[in-house]
Design a protein around this ligand. Structure first.
Ligand code: ZN
Length: 312
């Protein structure tokens, strides 16, 4: 699942591409019986409202909050996109293919017209398309169809259900160590990896960046938050900022489906020291440990069995 550095990469790139462009048309083939009556374009009724609200508007500003991409329009509305498991936004020239064979339903799909990385297999699951005034398209590829696309009045966005429970942004310069510790201590009996991944505690951290942060901070993922001494928590705070900044510098992580808006891989997955390195020797000089994997709340945690200390 895209985490803070991937969503940040997408939003930063789109901010360079979209402002000033007008929305000419919008299309989706999302349609889920489980989303009826919800404010999500997977409800066809909602999608018709959504299409009316955005048609003709211009993009004003694209930014990120937690794992959400926010696209402000010049008509007081904001499109919110959460990429969830396999979603990622792409920018390029696409064309619609209509399959007119005598099937029960008319089948439409979108194919990219340009040569290059947008042709990557992971970019071919186009579920949502916005046609832009410059002849290009903003497209959402989402193999597993878990992504969320909705619209909210811009001035209500921070108080909306989608964002109001989100914890602070870990890279915000105003997010101090004292604040970080206070957020962690909302769950003192929790296991540190799970607490770090809780979006109410701190926004944007998932499985990959929590493993790498805890490795760098020398803290075992099953450590009990309330038992970790202050010195180690300070180390954790520094490690979290460092790892997330590194993820952004490397254009995100493409272990899974993530691609940037030009369809290109990030590079963070070439720098994993713990995540999915099970059985490999620890890369820390003279540590001598091995990377182990442990199940934790339906997910996996990866850690070095020597230098990551378990506080409990
Ligand atoms: Zn080690």
């Amino acid at each position: 699942m895209p985490e803070l550095p991937e969503v940040h990469t997408t939003a930063t790139m789109l901010q360079k591409l979209l402002p000033g462009l007008r929305i000419k048309a919008v299309w989706t083939n999302y349609d889920s019986p489980h989303q009826r009556g919800k404010d999500n374009i997977k409800d066809p009724k909602f999608f018709r409202r959504f299409a009316r609200k955005i048609s003709g508007a211009r993009f004003k500003k694209i930014y990120r909050r937690g794992k959400n991409v926010l696209l402000d329009l010049d008509n007081g509305q904001t499109i919110l996109i959460h990429m969830k498991m396999t979603g990622h936004l792409l920018y390029g020239k696409y064309k619609k293919i209509t399959n007119n064979q005598k099937t029960i339903t008319k089948k439409e799909e979108w194919r990219v017209v340009e040569e290059g990385p947008l042709q990557d297999l992971k970019n071919q699951f186009i579920r949502f398309v916005i046609a832009l005034s410059n002849g290009k398209h903003l497209a959402l590829s989402d193999m597993r169809r878990f992504a969320k696309v909705t619209i909210i009045a811009t001035k209500k966005i921070t108080e909306s259900e989608h964002l109001k429970k989100l914890g602070p942004e870990p890279l915000d310069p105003k997010f101090t160590f004292a604040k970080f510790r206070q957020r962690l201590m909302t769950n003192p009996r929790g296991k540190i990896k799970q607490v770090l991944m809780d979006p109410k505690v701190v926004a944007g951290i998932g499985n990959i960046y929590s493993d790498e942060t805890l490795y760098l901070a020398s803290i075992h993922p099953l450590s009990i938050v309330g038992k970790v001494p202050e010195k180690a928590l300070r180390e954790l705070f520094r490690a979290m900022k460092k790892i997330l900044a590194k993820g952004i510098d490397l254009g995100g992580d493409s272990t899974s489906d993530y691609r940037n808006p030009f369809g290109v891989h990030g590079k963070f997955h070439h720098h994993h020291q713990a995540y999915r390195n099970t059985g490999n020797p620890c890369s820390r000089k003279s540590c001598g440990g091995t990377i182990h994997r442990v199940k934790l709340g339906g997910r996996s945690a990866h850690f070095c069995n020597i230098h990551q200390y378990e506080y409990n």
